[in-house]
Ligand binder design. Structure first.
Ligand SMILES: [Ca+2]
Ligand SMILES: [Ca+2]
Length: 192
């Protein structure tokens, strides 16, 4: 039953049966309730994509402090598991950047063993699914003698073939992308 068809019934018969009116009122109320719930993710700072919620922090923190912020929100720094996910994030970051120098930490690091990249959940980086900017990672020691063990992404002008990962000193301050699974609501998956 759609509200539209209910209205049609009401228009064509001046005194519709009570049962029809009641049913229509219930359906309209249910639809309104659903719409209110659907607005929740859009109103918050989180964005839902494929049953995951993403939070784009506006704080400029070191990699560790950024990770702490994500964990306080019940998630962790983002783990990128597919080309689709990288595409979604690469496009979304372009909207989120307030400044040309805005970059975003992701949950990838080689701080455990130099050159061995792993995600924050401990899983190894799939070498056939990487989006390194050309000539990265280079573990450059020019700025920080400890080298570069944390990864950031985001190019306001877009990245050729989505390749925008740079290894950088974990002590640099950047914004970050947090990720957590969407919670199952009554009508829809919610990002809270
Ligand atoms: Ca490194
Ligand atoms: Ca680098």
């Amino acid at each position: 039953c759609e509200v539209k068809s209910c209205n049609t019934v009401q228009q064509t018969s001046p005194q519709p049966p009570v049962k029809t009116v009641c049913l229509c009122l219930i359906v309209s109320a249910a639809l309104r309730f659903k719409l209110v719930h659907l607005k929740v993710p859009a109103a918050s700072k989180s964005h839902k994509y494929k049953q995951q919620c993403y939070y784009f922090s506006t704080n400029y923190f070191t990699w560790s402090k950024s990770r702490d912020e994500c964990r306080q929100k019940g998630g962790d720094l983002v783990q990128i598991d597919s080309r689709e996910e990288q595409t979604f994030l690469e496009l979304k970051l372009r909207e989120k950047m307030n400044n040309i120098w805005d970059k975003f930490w992701i949950g990838l690091t080689d701080s455990g063993k130099e050159g061995t990249w792993s995600w924050v959940d401990g899983s190894p980086l799939n070498e056939s699914l990487t989006f390194w900017f050309p000539d990265e990672p280079d573990n450059w020691t020019g700025k920080d003698p400890d080298g570069e063990d944390c990864v950031r992404m985001g190019e306001r002008a877009g990245a050729p073939d989505l390749k925008c990962w740079f290894d950088e000193s974990c002590k640099e301050s950047h914004r970050s992308i947090c990720e957590k699974p969407a919670e199952t609501g009554h009508f829809t998956l919610k990002c809270v």
